[in-house]
Design a protein around this ligand. Structure first.
Ligand SMILES: *Cc1c(COP(=O)(O)O)cnc(C)c1O
Length: 405
């Protein structure tokens, strides 16, 4: 008799995006003539930078030659990429991170999902509400949740950190002990960025309480506001309490190419155990690393041409965000985010639920958004829009919504 994992079985319902895709597909099937504009799922639309494509093409050709062939590489990533990351993303910005503290991977999702392997099931997990569901679901799978209460939409074992308009969608540290703290700023889904003092409060809390901050910096490249930290390691004390996840997905268009990295400082220890060593061991056991060709592509992101091309793509998405912000604000909607982030977090008008406003925009404007309630109880009353669409369609979406409201 085979027994299924009891924690895995506790996971309820569909993964948010599958459920939305189902509703959208159903609607499209019923009205095939309607042209939908998709500003829901957080996938990019700009193609890979030319510098990346050239580097990957050259690397693929190398793989076909006896002298240039690469078999299994180092599980943590090739030194050429780890050095480029440490230099350009950290040292050039005055942040202390060494190449051997960088673990290259196939995605920040894999790493955010896998990092829980290092920690005991009994740890208390603190999560933002609303939240990127990967942190929540993977901790349910790991047995760190209690029971789900359909009445509140919450699990009994988690410490929820409400992100509301009142706190600017950046929660302060709680009064209670939290052991594993997931933070993502600029945030998905609210688009909020956290200021220096706000992040410093978390770093100080984590050092005081011997907690670990799991900092998802997937959107750091979108920060434009002066003084807003792009890395948790800009804050004094972070090296003894934080792990940072980063990705080439949203920055350089790697959502389908797959490359990311995780930074674990050597100083970070709990119960006398180096988390850096533990993660190295875990990675060496569970993966054989990332494709050589892809790592060469990621390296090219840091060349002068690569950087200029990435900057162009980011500027393109920023213009979309401004278009949406301006268009929706003009119609009288209350709009958050979209400044240091590709996400706009929009208050539903007239106290509608997320789901009913989502359906209205889908059915009457042909615009696909994401209901905020899907990200947690405090997402109720909001919808999320992304600026990752095509510029023309984004403009048209803003116009369609304006015409509707
Ligand atoms: C898109 C996204 C990522 C990136 O995931 P990859 O697996 O690297 O593509 C990570 N965290 C958040 C919050 C995201 O929205």
């Amino acid at each position: 008799m085979t027994h299924v994992d009891p924690y895995f079985r506790k996971l309820t319902g569909n993964y948010l995006f599958s459920e939305i895709s189902r509703q959208v597909a159903q609607f499209q099937a019923a009205y095939p003539e309607k042209r939908l504009i998709r500003l829901g799922i957080g996938d990019v639309t700009r193609p890979l930078p030319a510098a990346v494509v050239e580097a990957m093409t050259a690397a693929a050709a190398e793989q076909g030659t006896p002298a240039g062939f690469h078999g299994y590489g180092p599980e943590q990533g090739y030194p050429f990429l780890r050095e480029a990351i440490a230099l350009h993303d950290y040292q050039d910005r005055g942040i202390h991170v060494d190449p051997d503290e960088i673990f290259v991977s196939d995605g920040a999702k894999s790493d955010c999902g896998g990092i829980g392997d290092l920690f005991a099931a009994g740890n208390t997990v603190a999560l933002c509400d609303p939240v990127y569901s990967v942190y929540l679901d993977t901790n349910v799978m790991a047995g760190r949740a209690g029971e789900f209460d359909p009445a509140t939409g919450r699990w009994s074992g988690f410490l929820y950190l409400p992100c509301t308009a009142e706190n600017g969608f950046v929660p302060a540290p709680p009064a209670e002990q939290a052991d594993l703290i997931y933070l993502c700023f600029p945030a998905n889904p609210t688009g909020a960025s956290a200021g220096r003092a706000q992040l410093q409060a978390w770093v100080d809390y984590a050092n005081d309480y011997n907690s670990v901050i799991l900092f998802d910096g997937a959107y750091e490249a979108f920060v434009t506001t002066p003084g807003v930290p792009r890395s948790i390691f800009e804050l004094p004390g972070a090296r003894t309490c934080a792990i940072e996840f980063r990705s080439f997905s949203k920055t350089a268009g790697f959502t389908g190419t797959r490359c990311a990295y995780t930074v674990i400082p050597r100083e970070l220890e709990r119960e006398g155990v180096s988390l850096h060593r533990l993660w190295a061991r875990r990675q060496a056991t569970k993966t054989n690393g990332v494709c050589y060709v892809v790592q060469r592509g990621a390296q090219a992101v840091y060349t002068p041409a690569g950087r200029a091309q990435v900057a162009e793509n980011l500027a393109y998405y920023r213009r979309n965000a401004l278009t949406l912000r301006a268009g929706l604000t003009q119609t009288g909607l209350t709009v958050y985010g979209g400044v240091d982030s590709p996400y706009l977090w929009v208050k539903t008008p007239k106290d509608q639920t997320s789901q009913s406003f989502f359906r209205l925009l889908l059915e009457e404007a042909g615009v696909v958004t994401t209901p905020g309630s899907g990200f947690g109880p405090h997402g109720e009353g909001y919808i999320r829009l992304t600026s990752f669409g095509k510029a023309g369609e984004t403009q048209e979406a803003a116009e369609r919504i304006a015409a509707l409201l």
